[in-house]
Design a protein. Structure first.
Length: 376
């Protein structure tokens, strides 16, 4: 690093970033390597341990050569998503991951001086999305690591423009049901956009539904986002989608990248939507391994470890006794695994562990068991 690089951006003579951009801490992705560069098994980014649907992989390979631009409107993909979910494709917009759509939702409806609310221990992108359009992020208190509807509503002011709720929530895994979601929406003024981020919704037990899609159908101020990165196993292709009233979709279409979903990605996602068997297998695997892992932690007895109830493809383990999350993180890394430690998000006492294969979960539980036994 040269001395010039070490100076704060504002002290340099070149272009000056907007002050609200300087307040942003770049998103920290889940690690895949140890401090000395050795590759680790990645249980730090909530990816699908079963891989990708074979049909999606085949469609990706068969996609047209990439010298041509993709369909800018992702028409066939929106049609497939609409057919699968009972939604008019005109009410769907696709994005470069749901990350793009979350950012566009903030950018489209909030600006300098406005407020954007999310829950403490919410998804890190909400803070970035709010700040990058100059809005003020407002953090509502959680209720035992979950969304507290009353606390959220108590934060609403006349400057509130957007409320983000991940359901299930990341990094905690907590979930609120349809009655709470309906109450949250009913308590918001009509000019506030409620973004219900359902990145992990496909992991919910069959029949479980937070009612977000119904709210997005019935009201002009609800946007639901989904992703192909989790249960569909297409994180590397960066595809998400959002649904809501046509005026909301129109706003996102105006400000999104014109060719924001790749040719191969569109082809893969269309095939993935059609492979319900892969989705079911992934959900069943996750439910079984999550339950087994939670039971393994509980069986360790009274060592200060507990899991936050999760409806997603990861579990937040709290370290409230002698064994610290950081010590456990290092031991898990030494065993060859990356899990997520989030001190920057107010969780120095927790590890978020993605549900992997049975052997991977046994290995993680084995490390924790050894550590707690050693400390007992
Ligand atoms: N929302 C939540 C709650 C997430 O956890 C993630 C991924 N970590 C995303 C959105 C974004 O996913 P993607 O951009 O891959 O669709």
């Amino acid at each position: 690093m040269t001395p010039a690089d070490e100076q704060p951006a504002t002290a340099r003579s070149g272009p000056r970033p907007k002050p609200w951009i300087e307040g942003i801490h770049a998103y920290v992705p889940g690690r895949s390597r140890s401090a000395d560069g050795a590759p680790l098994v990645k249980l730090s980014a909530n990816e699908n341990p079963l891989g990708t649907s074979a049909a999606a992989l085949a469609a990706r390979t068969d996609a047209p050569a990439p010298n041509a631009y993709p369909d800018p409107d992702a028409t066939a993909l929106r049609t497939a998503i609409g057919a699968r979910n009972g939604i008019d494709p005109a009410r769907i917009v696709c994005g470069t991951g749901s990350d793009e759509l979350l950012n566009l939702a903030a950018q489209g409806f909030a600006g300098p001086g406005d407020e954007v609310i999310y829950v403490r221990y919410g998804f890190a992108v909400y803070d970035i999305a709010a700040r990058r359009c100059g809005a003020v992020p407002v953090v509502a208190p959680d209720r035992d690591y979950g969304t507290d509807v009353d606390a959220l509503l108590a934060c609403v002011t006349e400057r509130t423009r957007v409320v983000f709720v991940a359901n299930p929530n990341n990094p905690t895994g907590r979930y609120i049901g349809a009655e709470d979601m309906r109450r949250l929406h009913a308590g918001l003024p009509e000019n506030v956009l409620l973004v219900i981020d359902q990145a992990y919704a496909e992991y919910l037990a069959p029949g479980e539904d937070d009612g977000g899609m119904a709210l997005a159908t019935a009201h002009g101020n609800v946007l639901v986002t989904r992703t192909f990165s989790k249960i569909y196993g297409l994180a590397g292709d960066r595809i998400g989608w959002a649904t809501g009233a046509p005026p909301l979709i129109d706003v996102l279409n105006r400000i999104r990248g014109p060719f924001n979903v790749t040719l191969a990605g569109q082809a893969a996602a269309i095939a993935a939507v059609g492979d319900e068997d892969f989705v079911t297998r992934s959900r069943d695997h996750n439910a079984a391994e999550r339950a087994r892992f939670v039971a393994a932690i509980a069986a360790m007895g009274n060592h200060g470890l507990r899991t936050v109830e999760s409806e997603a493809n990861f579990v937040l383990v709290l370290f409230e006794g002698a064994l610290s999350a950081e010590t456990a993180l290092l031991a898990i890394q030494d065993a060859g695994y990356a899990v997520r430690w989030l001190p920057g998000q107010g969780l120095p006492h927790a590890l978020r562990i993605t549900i992997g294969t049975a052997a991977q979960m046994d290995a993680i539980a084995g490390v924790l068991c050894r550590l707690t036994d050693a400390g007992a």
